[in-house]
Design a protein around this ligand. Structure first.
Ligand code: C2E
Ligand code: CA
Ligand code: CA
Length: 653
């Protein structure tokens, strides 16, 4: 008995500690078999009614009516849906019904034993109560305190009834009932222990399975949805779109220069950047929309919108979020994103079409310079398709020898001869024919091939120039991507060393957009090049932001004034004034000036008066092969290789 009481105490304590999920399952088990409850309630009520009727005792009749009513209430409770009530409320309700019913049955037994003399009636009510108690101890073992209370409420009054008045055989029967209760208490506790163990194990298994399922839909690194989950969400939301009548914006973003962050600061830095971007996106759009990492440095954001224009403002917000620097080991990692967007149902109704169109828009965003947002436009396909084809054709083109260099002479106005030659890259694709660098260089910058191609250009340009007269320098164009590669200096040194070209005879041209992107790194790279005696030229001056502060801030020896000013020379009198101002300013800062794109003798004439240092253009010479260049030097003529043009740069005139 002591052991049982101790176990009951433990049972109470243990019951307080079970998790809410396990409790819910156990409480649910109370309602698991409504049929047994209904049968139990109906038979007990029927027997009580018969006994009461036979006894004709008003106490028994009242009690039987109580049993019938409570039984009916319990049947209704067990068959009705339980709606929004909590597990605890549910359990409390069940307990109230169960205990009153058991207590009424026990009381009915007690009354039958004490108020009637009929042995058959005694037998009927005692067996009903005992049978009920035995059944209930098993049925409700999942909530043992309820089961045990029901057991006691239904059986103990019987034992009491058998003792009034005291009769040896009835007392023996009362003792048997007490032993029965003790045995049932023990059985119920043990059954409960087994049920509890099984429930906990199955709940743990279910929780684990759910955890795995959740993890399989998360991106390991960033914690946002992965591609699989994204696809599911996307299709689900597209499906609901026709009903809601709104629009769904798909924004596909790609981090610009992510590879560079990885290369320069290591993979941990790259990971940090991805995590930071994912967190920012999730914090901003995760509640109402879906944020997913589609792989690598690509993310997608899905948002319900009312008007297409909203997609653009979401795009702008994302651009701002990505632009904020990410601290990493004392550095501030900077990145930007290119974003392509497609809106359902305007740009497509199924996931595949929308993804394809957002991808096209992304391509377009990258093409128009990084850090931009672009919404899909139906005409995009064609241009982008070509870009994609060229991208694919470029793979291995370097190894297959499809690239070659042409050289365009630059003439010194004072000397009247060639002072330098600009190396200009050409791609002759067997599939697409000659492709202009204006078209293929941005693609090579995007797919990263520019580094290998640029390396080859540097080596070859230096090798070719080493055969030229010693006063002639070679100018090589550098892509912003190359300027940001950490081993640029090593590549330049290697090109100079293998060709034997003195560093002073190499000039590297960079455009001013590169300076805007990352001031510190550009400055460091340019300074480093100057340190090894290689010269630097600011190319296309006047096309970008043209901040004059660049001229003092960055170490350039030469300024190349953009062709657009020369084109304007004849129609726009202001152009000559601008060129003059730039030339004067550059001279004051100790820089040489080259004017490019000279096409007519009139332009040349005007330029001479500005006293710029050198000129370059089709009037003087078109880009030509290394052999043609060599021929030009052996002839020692200075002028156009174009046979139609007669030494366009003789004496000043
Ligand atoms: P850029 O550096 O401004 O090169 C000058 C471009 O102007 C060349 O075009 C040249 O052929 C063209 N040009 C020269 N004189 C005249 C003229 O009188 N009139 C006209 N209309 N054009 C003239 P190209 O060779 O098509 O190169 C285009 C751009 O491609 C270059 O512009 C440069 O930014 C890039 N590029 C060319 N080669 C390389 C290279 O090896 N590496 C890198 N990174 N970029 C290159
Ligand atoms: Ca150039
Ligand atoms: Ca230029």
């Amino acid at each position: 008995m002591k052991r049982i009481i101790l176990r009951m105490k433990r049972l109470r304590q243990a019951d307080h500690q079970i998790s809410s999920q396990v409790r819910a399952v156990l409480v649910d088990s109370l309602y698991a078999s409504p049929r047994s409850l209904v049968i139990g309630a109906l038979t007990s009520s029927a027997i009580a009614a018969v006994v009461a009727w036979y006894s004709d005792d008003h106490w028994l009749i009242a009690c039987a009516i109580g049993i019938g009513l409570v039984g009916l209430g319990r049947i209704i409770d067990t068959l009705s849906t339980r709606g929004s009530i909590t597990v605890r409320e549910q359990e409390r309700g069940y307990r109230l019904g169960a205990l009153s019913y058991s207590a009424l049955l026990g009381l009915f037994g007690l009354l039958t034993l004490t108020r009637t003399e009929d042995g058959v009636l005694h037998l009927l009510s005692v067996t009903t109560a005992i049978g009920y108690a035995a059944g209930i101890a098993g049925r409700n073992a999942g909530r043992p305190l309820i089961a045990l209370s029901q057991l006691c409420c239904a059986s103990l009054p019987l034992a009491l009834g058998l003792l009034i008045p005291l009769h040896p055989l009835k007392a023996l029967m009362a003792a048997v009932i007490l032993l029965f209760v003790i045995a049932m208490l023990d059985i119920t506790q043990q059954t409960y222990a087994v049920i509890l163990r099984a429930t906990v194990a199955s709940e743990e298994k279910a929780a684990l399975a759910e955890h795995h399922a959740r993890m399989a839909r998360r991106d390991d690194l960033t914690g946002v949805a992965n591609r699989t989950a994204f696809r599911e969400h996307f299709e689900e939301r597209l499906g609901g779109l026709s009903a809601s009548g709104g629009k769904l914006a798909l924004l596909w973003l790609d981090l610009d220069r992510f590879k560079e962050v990885n290369d320069s600061f290591g993979h941990l830095a790259g990971n940090e950047l991805l995590v930071a971007v994912a967190r920012r996106l999730d914090a901003r759009f995760g509640d109402s929309g879906i944020v997913a990492r589609l792989g690598g440095d690509e993310f997608a954001v899905l948002c319900h919108i009312a008007q297409t224009e909203t997609a653009e403002s979401i795009g702008t917000t994302i651009l701002d979020l990505v632009r904020q620097p990410v601290p990493f080991g004392g550095h501030r990692l900077r990145s930007s994103a290119s974003i392509g967007a497609a809106v359902a149902p305007d740009d497509g109704c199924d996931a595949d079409t929308l993804l394809k169109n957002a991808d096209l828009a992304l391509y377009r965003a990258k093409e128009s310079g990084r850090g931009r947002f672009h919404l899909y436009e139906p005409l995009m396909d064609e241009k982008i398709e070509r870009r994609r084809q060229l991208d694919a054709a470029m793979e291995g083109a370097l190894e297959r020898g499809e690239f070659h260099l042409l050289f365009q002479p630059i003439y010194g106005l004072a000397q009247g001869g060639i002072t330098s030659c600009e190396a200009l890259l050409r791609w002759n694709s067997p599939e697409f024919g000659p492709i202009s660098p204006g078209e293929f260089i941005p693609i090579a910058e995007e797919n990263g091939l520019i580094v290998a191609i640029g390396d080859r250009v540097l080596h070859q340009a230096c090798r070719t120039a080493s055969a030229w007269p010693p006063e002639v320098t070679v100018a090589v164009n550098l892509s912003p991507v190359q300027l940001r590669t950490p081993d640029l200096t090593a590549t330049v040194v290697s090109a100079l060393r293998t060709s034997g070209l003195p560093p002073k005879r190499l000039t590297l041209e960079v455009t001013e957009t590169v300076l805007l992107d990352d001031v510190e790194r550009s400055l460091a790279a340019l300074t480093e090049l100057n340190r090894i005696d290689v010269c630097t030229t600011l190319d296309d001056f006047g096309t970008g932001y043209s901040s004059l502060s660049y001229l003092t801030q960055f170490p350039f020896q030469t300024l190349k004034i953009d062709r657009s000013f020369v084109v304007d020379l004849e129609h726009n009198p202001a152009s000559i004034a601008i060129i003059q101002t730039i030339v004067d300013l550059a001279a004051k800062l100790g820089m040489r000036t080259v004017v490019e794109g000279v096409e007519t003798p009139a332009q040349l004439d005007q330029l001479r008066r500005t006293r710029c240092d050198a000129v370059q253009g089709f009037l003087l010479a078109r880009p030509m092969t290394a052999e043609q260049m060599a021929g030009l030097f052996t002839d020692r003529t200075v002028g156009a290789h174009d046979p139609g043009q007669e030494h366009p740069l003789p004496e000043a005139g």
